[in-house]
Ligand binder design. Structure first.
Ligand SMILES: Nc1nc2c(ncn2[C@@H]2O[C@H](COP(=O)(O)OP(=O)(O)OP(=O)(O)O)[C@@H](O)[C@H]2O)c(=O)[nH]1
Ligand SMILES: Nc1nc2c(ncn2[C@@H]2O[C@H](COP(=O)(O)OP(=O)(O)OP(=O)(O)O)[C@@H](O)[C@H]2O)c(=O)[nH]1
Ligand SMILES: [Mg+2]
Ligand SMILES: [Mg+2]
Lengths: 289, 269
């Protein structure tokens, strides 16, 4: 559909004429629908369309492309620009603590083990910390998934996630782990008690990364989730999960716009190997459908 | 003929924003706005409510009886299937029913233990299994156990699966076939669990799962957050399956019967 036209629009330049406001308005109407169907937040879409409108109006017309295709090219490039390039994990401390936060069921526990796998491939020695003391069998879930690959898991069971995180970190220092990955309980951005726990974990652990794990099928609410986690806890990056499905993933654009933080990795399956570096081009075409 | 007052376009835009941000989706939102353009502004709110409620009420709930009555819970990963089984189990226990859970998620780590904890919490029996076991075989054993123990209700938990994964959808269909072979009426309830924070993808999920199994009901979870779950209106319109319950928290009592009027009221803020 739009993506094939995109491919052609990317590579040429011509000299005649400029895009009229009418061209731009018509082209953007279709894009607007596509973005909304892709779950990009309404206000984010409005702002994005306005941005592109200003940029596109008066642009030089490209040879052998309809104005519609040219606008698509501008949109695609703008999306890539906003989504941002892949940024690696910050691993400056010793050990490097990585905290995972997010809504219930977003994929944190699975992602924690995926990160351990990725980091071990890079020669690191990771420790997994099951700091979800709430969900039934959360500990067993992490422990058993980690066990399949012999990843060490901090196994002292404490009822207090903050105390547990503190002790786990001390042990990691003692035992010379390179990276400590904290899996935490799923929590609502509006649950003050659980947000306070997140803040306490954050303050207890001198973290390198505090990553928001977001389900790619999240709808309009992604802006609320992103904004609240960013304002109330403060995140350093995002991991978008379940991109092996057919969700368009527009939530990614919303989250990126609201937090300004990079999407670092994407989950593309349930297996521990299924974590990839985020690259904006693929997500941009996917969002455009 | 009516006179368009100056505040119409702005009001319509505000309405558009509310509908979109509730995850109602492009098609339904555009249809509603089309309708609103034909009527005076004072009638807007009532007309929107009317349209949405009539879609949600337009599907009848058929509660099939059986002993055991077999419920099968399906849906994509992480939506709240296992937790919802715990909650429905509690609800049925409060009605004095004898309830059996079947742990047919033999794939994800911690799944069996998680359901076991729920069974203990609400006073349900449970048929557990091994990881890697065939979920159809577990369902078979669970049905036998339900008969043998005189259970009233059998609740089958399945692994989360993306509807785009053909082999997983086939595995799920097999679980249903196994149950239907034991009893042609079973499963009496095939429930799609949908995460309330999901956007337009819920439509793809619903269509695929419905086509694969024939759904009898939908449970919309996590409405205790800020998401409105509006996509469920399009889902109901598309597949004609009723929403039965909504999940409003992680506890055993956090399940309420679906009420279209309340839902629409919350959606419109
Ligand atoms: N297909 C697919 N499934 C995933 C992915 N990431 C996680 N999952 C699955 O999604 C479900 C939820 O994952 P969890 O890791 O338990 O999510 P969580 O955020 O820890 O959940 P809570 O602790 O309850 O908040 C599980 O069935 C996972 O196997 C992914 O990238 N693709
Ligand atoms: N806030 C809130 N959380 C919920 C609700 N229902 C389920 N959860 C949480 O969502 C997370 C996932 O729930 P599960 O029951 O494990 O979901 P699932 O569909 O069985 O997941 P998989 O088996 O991995 O596909 C858990 O942390 C639950 O506590 C709800 O209504 N509200
Ligand atoms: Mg978890
Ligand atoms: Mg489950």
């Amino acid at each position: 559909g739009l993506t094939e036209k995109l491919e052609r629009a990317i590579n040429f330049f011509g000299k005649k004429g400029r895009l009229t406001p009418k061209d731009v308005k018509q082209g953007l109407e279709e894009i607007r629908k596509a973005l909304l169907e892709a779950d990009v937040n309404y206000k984010v879409v409005r702002e994005f369309i306005k941005m592109v409108e200003e940029e596109a109006t008066g642009e030089r017309v490209l040879k052998s492309f309809t104005p519609r295709e040219q606008i698509l090219k501008i949109v695609y490039e703008k999306l890539i620009e906003i989504l941002g390039k892949h940024e690696p994990l910050k691993l400056s401390r010793s050990p490097s603590p990585i905290i995972l936060l997010g809504l219930q069921g977003s994929g944190k526990t699975t992602t924690a083990v995926k990160l351990a796998y990725l980091l071990r491939k890079k020669g690191k020695n990771p420790l997994l910390v099951p700091a979800d003391v709430k969900r039934p069998a959360a500990f067993e879930q992490l422990r058993d998934l980690a066990a399949r690959y012999d990843f060490p898991v901090y196994d002292k069971r404490l009822p207090d996630a903050v105390k547990l995180s503190k002790l786990a970190l001390s042990m990691a220092v003692l035992k010379r782990y390179d990276v400590v990955i904290f899996d935490t309980a799923g929590r609502l951005h509006i649950d003050e008690e659980m947000i306070e726990e997140a803040r306490k974990i954050r303050d207890t652990v001198n973290y390198d990364e505090l990553l928001l794990v977001v389900d790619a099928m999240t709808g309009q609410d992604a802006v609320n989730v992103a904004r609240e986690f960013q304002e109330k806890v403060g995140i350093t990056g995002v991991i978008l999960t379940k991109l092996d499905g057919d969700a368009r993933g527009g939530a990614a654009l919303s989250v990126r716009r609201i937090t300004g933080k990079p999407i670092k990795y994407i989950g593309v399956g349930e297996k521990v190997e299924d974590l990839e570096e985020f690259h904006p081009e693929r997500l941009a075409s996917r969002i455009l459908g | 003929r009516r006179i368009i007052t100056r505040r119409d376009p702005q009001l319509l835009e505000e309405i558009e924003e509310v509908l979109y941000e509730g995850d109602l989706g492009v098609e339904l939102t555009e249809n509603i706005l089309e309708e609103l353009r034909k009527i005076p502004p004072e009638k807007y709110m009532d007309r929107i409510k009317e349209i949405l409620i009539s879609i949600l009420e337009g599907v009848e709930v058929k509660e099939k009886e059986g002993k055991p009555r077999v419920w099968m819970f399906v849906g994509v990963n992480g939506v709240g299937k296992t937790t919802t089984i715990g909650k429905i189990g509690k609800m049925l226990r409060k009605e004095g029913k004898r309830v059996l859970f079947a742990a047919c998620d033999t794939y994800r780590t911690g799944a069996q233990e998680q359901l076991k904890i729920w069974a203990e919490r609400v006073g349900a029996d449970i048929v557990l299994s091994q990881y890697g076991a065939d979920p159809g075989a577990v369902a078979f054993d669970a049905y036998e156990a339900a008969l043998h123990r005189g259970m009233d209700e059998l609740l089958i938990d399945t692994a989360g699966r993306l509807h785009t994964k053909h082999p997983l959808m086939e595995e799920m269909k097999k679980i249903k076939r196994v149950l239907s072979k034991k009893n042609p009426d079973a499963p009496h309830e095939i429930v799609l669990v949908v995460d309330g924070t999901t956007g337009q993808n819920a439509l793809n999920q619903a269509k695929s799962f419905h086509e694969a199994l024939g759904l009898s009901g939908i449970v919309l979870t996590k409405l205790d957050g800020t998401a409105k779950g509006g996509i469920v209106v399009h889902v109901v319109k598309e597949i004609g399956v009723p929403v039965r319950y909504i999940g409003v928290g992680e506890g055993e009592d956090d399940l309420i019967p679906f009420n279209p009027e309340e839902f629409v009221k919350a959606l419109l803020g």
